[in-house]
Design a protein around this ligand. Structure first.
Ligand code: AMP
Ligand code: GLY
Length: 417
């Protein structure tokens, strides 16, 4: 069969790599892909937002299965459009994608089905929003309603910061229409964890847990990023926590899907804050995480194409997912300046000098005349499996300095627990 993966990050490289391993797959395409996907798939020069072009390509090439990486095409209804043409596509439909596309919709869903989450208020009027700040203690969290490329969540420590954030979102419209409506929310303390579930006809099948490092600097300092390191599984997950998550979160989400007539098939990524009292939901995403996928895929022992097909057929069961007991760690090397401004086009060397048991997933690279160049803020995810987290992290830090590009930066404390 022929498979098309949409996207260009480390997530898509990991997916392409695993899909290409399947004996049932004769050809993998990646649109637009990166320097890493090019080694396991054929890159196609179409961007994820060019839905009509992707559709034409899939029809022309008789693609048997399309797998969507990023959220934007899902929110724009790519799944509905492919389905209309009878094409099989892994991802959620437009109606369901609102769980990620609108933070207000997601919070209302959580409220209605009594899913534990931070207390919040929603506003579309700036004066009311500024008054609303007084209902919360500091720090508090302000979130733009719509998609903002991961930049729409601001933690404010003072009223002044709160007022400025509201003004920049609602008056200056730094996020365009995405910030016309906002949420003000209670700040939750705890440890964050990512629980990515496959959703098979409304039933949630959790994958292994993961912990993502969001801040750019060691000891969780500096601005938020898309994620610059990750490990799986989280050592905080035990039977008791899993039971609580199942009862208080997963089963309530399933009820919500049913009552809201959300015909859910694809992925639900639940961002959790493990607070002192109980796990609470920070956010929903309707796609695989990045870099979470880079640490989950190497642990999955199944044929991923079978898993994706079963999910779509509505008959995936928890026992179908087989995981190695090994731990997996990834450290993301980034361009100088990320998550702010950064330059692209720096030559990357040393990639061939790494130990054999290092897995490399490219996040933002490009190959030209046989040389690899940086092409994004997150550049390359250096990944390893080990019997313990320590073993996996030691392998990575023993190897990562063999890689070089001008301005290369990475955190030194990933999976150091
Ligand atoms: P979100 O996109 O809603 O997950 O927010 C991005 C990041 O902001 C999260 O991964 C957290 O690190 C942080 N965050 C969001 N909401 C809260 C909250 N209520 N309390 C503390 N941190 C939060
Ligand atoms: N690593 C977090 C995300 O993919 O949203």
């Amino acid at each position: 069969m022929k498979v098309l993966v949409i996207g260009s990050g480390g997530r898509e490289h990991a997916l392409c790599w695993k899909i290409a391993e399947s004996i049932r797959v004769s050809k993998v395409f990646c649109a637009p892909g990166n320097g890493g996907t090019q080694e396991v798939a054929e890159n196609i020069n179409i961007n994820p937002h060019e839905i009509d072009k992707l559709l034409d390509f899939a029809l022309k090439e008789s693609i048997d299965l399309t797998v969507v990486g990023p959220e934007a095409p899902l929110v724009d209804g790519i799944v509905d459009k492919f389905n209309e043409k009878g094409l099989r596509i892994f991802g959620v439909n437009e109606k369901t994608a609102k769980l990620e596309g609108s933070k207000i919709y997601a919070k209302e869903f959580m409220e209605k089905y009594e899913i534990p989450t931070a207390k919040y208020r929603r506003y579309t009027n700036i004066d009311k929003a500024i008054k609303g700040l007084d209902e919360f203690d500091y720090p508090l969290v302000i979130k733009a309603d719509g998609l903002c490329l991961g930049k729409g969540v601001i933690i404010c420590n003072t009223k002044e910061e709160g007022v400025n954030t509201l003004k920049s979102m609602m008056e200056d419209k730094i996020f365009g229409t995405a910030g016309e409506a906002v949420i003000i929310e209670e700040f939750l303390e705890g440890v964050e964890a990512s629980l990515i579930c496959l959703v098979s006809q409304g039933k949630l099948i959790p994958m292994e847990s993961a912990q993502d490092y969001k801040k750019i600097f060691d000891n969780d300092q500096g601005p938020n990023t898309g994620g610059v390191g990750c490990f799986s599984s989280s050592n905080l997950f035990d039977k008791e926590l899993e039971r609580k998550i199942q009862k208080e979160i997963l089963s309530k989400i399933e009820t919500g899907f049913e009552y809201e007539y959300l015909d859910y098939s694809g992925v639900l990524f639940i961002g959790l804050m493990l607070t002192k009292d109980m796990p609470k939901v920070l956010e929903f995403n309707v796609r695989f995480g990045d870099p979470e996928t880079e640490v989950l895929i190497p642990r999955l022992e199944n044929n991923i194409v079978d898993i994706l097909q079963k999910t779509l057929d509505g008959n995936l069961r928890e026992e179908d997912l087989v995981w190695t007991d090994k731990k997996c760690v990834t450290v993301v090397a980034t361009s100088e300046g990320y998550p702010g401004k950064y330059e692209k086009g720096k030559e990357i060397t040393g990639l061939k000098d790494l130990d054999e048991d290092i897995l490399l997933f490219h996040n933002g690279t490009k190959i030209k005349d046989g040389k690899v160049y940086t092409n994004g803020g997150r550049v390359i995810s250096v990944t390893a499996l080990g019997d313990t987290l320590e073993e996996a992290r030691n392998k990575i830090y023993k190897n990562i300095d063999k890689i070089y590009f001008d301005g290369m930066y990475y955190r030194r404390d990933i999976a150091k627990i």
